[in-house]
Design a protein around this ligand. Structure first.
Ligand code: A3P
Length: 302
């Protein structure tokens, strides 16, 4: 990778990311060369960390709480997933072009790509980045259900756990994805937050995010309406935010697949065995000790 990819003098040479076959050199170059705008905001996450939740929140802040417009168009059209066409081979829309063509004053672009694969202009021009991280054990369980539900994973949860920590599941390595942004969390163009913090106190996150995005301050009524709109139950019922039916159609899913599954902290506790939890915790500690950190420094709520 060229030197101009490197933010904050990080060294990308040891970074690993499992990507689908369609994410080839040409595709990578198109993402690398993507033209950003000064007003752009990128929502960057590892999958299943609360991306959709954060997208809806950020989109509404950036669009002056225009609930009517939000209800009239799919979130994934309002805030496209830039590398989506390389992941879903049934897709007919080219999402990179879709991002190019967005007419919004402030584009909100979703990506699960790790730092080293993002458009180079993000780093050169310090575009705004919102990064959401989540407890890796919950991410693992949520990803397992998601990928099983859409037919992209056929094995057991035990096999999935091993593949996840061996960086063989799409978008892994999980920890290098998170840590690159955690280390940038004090940069003025980076808003680093966790799913757990959003669950614990969404109101204060909304206020902080609104300042970060330079949006107008919300009054009590607006805040209340926004928090209500963003509740798990309401987002589950909201067909422009909840892509369940769309995904079922595209992936020909016959089971009772639910994109908005549980929406809670600690979902792994119901599903991972004590041995699996120990395996994941050991893997996390081994990764984090290189940074002098333990998991609780980052995810202080569990
Ligand atoms: P679970 O599978 O644990 O329920 P992403 O949008 O990154 O794919 O993340 C999906 C996860 O976020 C799912 O987790 C989903 O239920 C949860 N989620 C989506 N909207 C939410 C909301 N409004 N409140 C809490 N969790 C939400």
């Amino acid at each position: 990778l060229g030197a101009d990819w490197v933010p904050l003098s990080q060294d990308w040479t040891n970074r690993w990311c499992t990507l689908p076959e369609a994410y080839d050199q040409d595709f990578s170059k198109r993402i690398h060369d993507f033209e950003t705008r000064e007003s752009d905001v990128f929502v960057v996450t590892f999958m299943k960390c609360g991306t959709t939740w954060m997208q809806e929140l950020a989109w509404l802040l950036l669009n002056n709480l225009d609930f009517e417009r939000a209800k009239s168009n799919f979130l994934l059209r309002r805030s496209p997933h830039i590398e989506h066409s390389a992941i879903d081979n049934k897709v007919t829309v080219d999402n990179i072009s879709m991002c190019d063509q967005l007419k919004d004053d402030r584009r909100l672009i979703k990506t699960h790509l790790p730092a080293q694969l993002l458009p180079k202009q993000i780093w050169l021009n310090k575009r705004k980045i919102i990064y959401v991280a989540r407890n890796p054990k919950d991410v693992l369980v949520s990803s397992y259900h998601f990928l099983t539900g859409i037919g992209l994973w056929q094995g057991s949860l035990d096999e999935f756990t091993n593949q996840f920590i061996e960086d063989r599941i799409i978008f892994t390595s999980y920890w290098s994805h998170v840590m690159d942004f955690y280390r940038m969390r004090h940069e003025p163009n980076v808003f680093f937050i966790t799913y757990e913090e959003m669950k614990k106190d969404l109101k204060s996150i909304v206020s902080k995010l609104s300042k970060f995005l330079e949006c107008k301050e919300l009054n009590e009524n607006e805040m209340e309406k926004l928090l209500e709109h963003l509740s798990f139950a309401n987002m589950k019922d909201n067909e422009t935010c909840n892509p369940t039916e769309l995904i079922k159609k595209v992936f020909n899913v016959k089971t009772d697949f639910q994109f908005m599954r549980k929406g809670v902290i600690g979902t792994h506790k119901d599903e991972l065995t004590p041995d699996q939890i120990k395996t994941v915790d050991t893997w996390s500690s081994n990764y984090l000790k290189e940074y002098g950190l333990i998991e609780n420094n980052i995810f202080s709520h569990f």
